[in-house]
Ligand binder design. Structure first.
Ligand code: NAD
Length: 254
């Protein structure tokens, strides 16, 4: 039986991924603020450390995969907390679990990024650089006065770059590292944005060529693909699962 650790396991995309993998016989070690095997607030550096130890403990030396899914939307929390959870809450767990993953064969990690990293114009460079340089306090301080939408997009841009920078060395350590960039997916995170009088209209107007929001199960299918043997030559890939928005906005990005 496989064992996969999933942050953000209690809701939305994380919960759909748990259901899909469990159905296939995978043992899940879920991490979330509540209703999970490991209760941890990933905004808190000490609780991130505790979550890493608890995942290693609960996976009993059998960790096959990690999915970094916990995240806060643009209106869910103050901007510095968005940066803390979406970037440091993902990357510190990723780095903390690398050695554990490299103990087994055919292991994989998947970060849940976002197409906001490529479709939101004018993401400030300084906060992205601070995240990538591991300057935790500086990144949170730079985010403090930012608009939530920019803090969100910046956290996802930094996460996308951080995973691509790591992927080659991770491959040498025997662990495939990839990401998914979802577009708008019908979850509580998206609903909070839709209900917001400032960003709700902008989300509704954002073009989705396939004609509607995605479902968490569609993203879970892409996550299962990147964890499993059918993606065995994928390394440092970021799979857009966004109904065609990125292709519409950036057709010539290659
Ligand atoms: P969701 O709100 O349904 O689930 C997010 C989960 O993360 C929740 O269970 C929540 O409790 C957990 N979480 C939040 N803060 C946490 C913290 N401090 N510590 C521990 N856990 C915490 O949202 P979702 O849409 O399923 O989001 C999953 C991931 O997908 C996020 O990283 C999000 O940024 C990303 N994403 C979502 C969309 C979308 O439209 N839904 C689009 C692009 C990317």
């Amino acid at each position: 039986m496989k064992c996969v650790a999933i942050t953000g396991s209690a809701s939305g995309i994380g919960a759909a991924t748990c259901r899909r993998l469990e159905k296939a016989g995978t043992r899940i070690v879920g991490v979330d603020l509540g209703n999970a095997d490991i209760i941890a607030d990933l905004a808190d550096p000490e609780e991130r450390e505790g979550a890493i130890s608890a995942i290693i403990d609960k996976s009993r030396g059998e960790l096959d995969g990690v999915v970094l899914c916990a995240g806060l939307g643009p209106v869910s929390a103050p901007p510095k907390v968005i940066v803390g959870v979406n970037y440091f809450g993902a990357i510190e767990l990723l780095d903390g679990l690398k050695d554990e993953l490299s103990k087994k064969e055919n292991t994989a990690a998947v970060c849940i990024c976002s197409n906001s990293a490529t479709t939101v114009p004018g993401i400030p460079d300084d906060v992205v650089a601070a995240m990538l340089e591991g300057k935790h306090d500086e990144a949170l301080s730079l985010a403090t006065d930012m608009d939530g939408s920019y803090a969100y997009a910046a956290s996802k841009l930094a996460l996308s770059r951080a995973l691509r920078r790591r992927a080659p060395a991770w491959a040498e350590a025997g662990v495939r590292l990839n990401g998914i960039a979802p577009g708008a997916v019908q979850t509580p995170l998206l609903q909070a944005g839709l209900d917001d009088s400032m960003i709700g209209p902008a989300i509704r107007e954002f073009p989705i060529p396939m004609g509607g929001f995605g479902e968490p199960e569609q993203i879970a299918a892409s996550i299962a693909f990147l964890l499993g043997p059918d993606s065995s030559f994928c390394c440092g890939s970021i799979l857009f699962a966004d109904g065609g928005t990125d292709a519409l906005v950036r057709p010539d990005s290659f």
